[in-house]
Design a binder for this molecule. Sequence first.
Ligand SMILES: *[C@@H]1O[C@H](CO)[C@@H](O)[C@H](O)[C@H]1NC(C)=O
Ligand SMILES: [Zn+2]
Length: 398
Amino acid sequence: MKQYDALLAAASTTRRGTPTAAELAIAVLAPLSLFLQLLALVSYLASPALAYTALSDHFLKLVPSGGDDFDIDNGKLLAPILIPRVPGTPGQVAAQEHLVNFFRNELPSWSIEWFNSTGKTPVTGDRDIPFHNLLFKREPPWVQEGQSNLLTLVAHYDSKISPEGFIGATDSAVPCAILMHVARTIDHYITQMYDEMNVLGEGGTVPMDMGVQILLLDGEEAFLQWTETDSLYGARALAEHWESSYHPANSFYKNPLDQISMFVLLDLLGSADPTISSSFLPTHWAYQAMATIEQRMRKLNLLESNPKGPFLPDAEKVVSKFGRGMVEDDHIPFMRRGVPILHVIATPFPSVWHTINDDGAHLDMPTVRDWARIVTAFTLEWLDMMEVEPKDETSKGG
Ligand SMILES: *[C@@H]1O[C@H](CO)[C@@H](O)[C@H](O)[C@H]1NC(C)=O
Ligand SMILES: [Zn+2]
């Protein structure tokens, strides 16, 4: 991904003499756009689908960390993807097999879908390079096509072609492993929830028809140098495809983009002392929900890492500070099409970023496991799982 910080520098104006018509228009429109942003925020907050109940302390304590499954040598989730995973190479295929077999064998009620495309890159000439996005989805059994709203958890599984042997542990093997852990942890709660709702004849309303999908995207990395066309190969193809994939005319949501209740993108996670900024005002409330989970888990001594500050320090960020810079990443093709984004990326980037040192040995394992806990708790809370809060102390889901 690529970072910009100076967007607003170009937009700031100095005023001399009589304001021009354009300047007057800006003066009138600036507060208006603030008003519209606030309006968007209020409408998000008021949306019934998103009015959820906080997880209890009891439930937070049951959220598992994944433990040894994140071991870098033998861990069931992470170790198999700590290999170069460049599109068009055997490493890419091995990573796909690991991801797909995990869902196929352990989470049979999730649907598995491939979204394949090809593209040419500046370093591979006329050869068509294959890109394979992997889509895993769990939605209520009663929903029709285009009826469910889907919390969408996203990471990229490809790795950068250079330097040779680059592993991309934070970029983004760890985020992929975290999402596998989230899926297996929430699975039996989702089953219980859907079963109970089915018996009660609930379902069929926007707040009830909640599902979750995990997108493991391919071709995020540039092959030569980050440009609009040399980057985000998988994300661009998928967003474009979904934009024109219309559901039947009477569907609640018009296309798969419209079904995304929140696009939560994890990237560059696994180094010690991460800080995650809140990037977008319309989804700041979701950032705050995640930040609150981190604070509560830390207070309850449920987190292992000992960072200099919180992972998510921006909960109190004021409206006027939004819009100053951003990081280009897999959310861009979706954001441009109106999808709400929560970008969970460490900024500044980890010091190992895009170097040969972004490998298993340089990960901070307490931080990795803490992210697994935080993202799992956030997902459980989003999906309103207090409805099926376990009554006993037994931790489930490994
Ligand atoms: C996509 O590619 C994979 C791997 O080559 C293949 O197994 C799968 O059938 C393809 N899927 C579609 C829908 O073309
Ligand atoms: Zn990268």
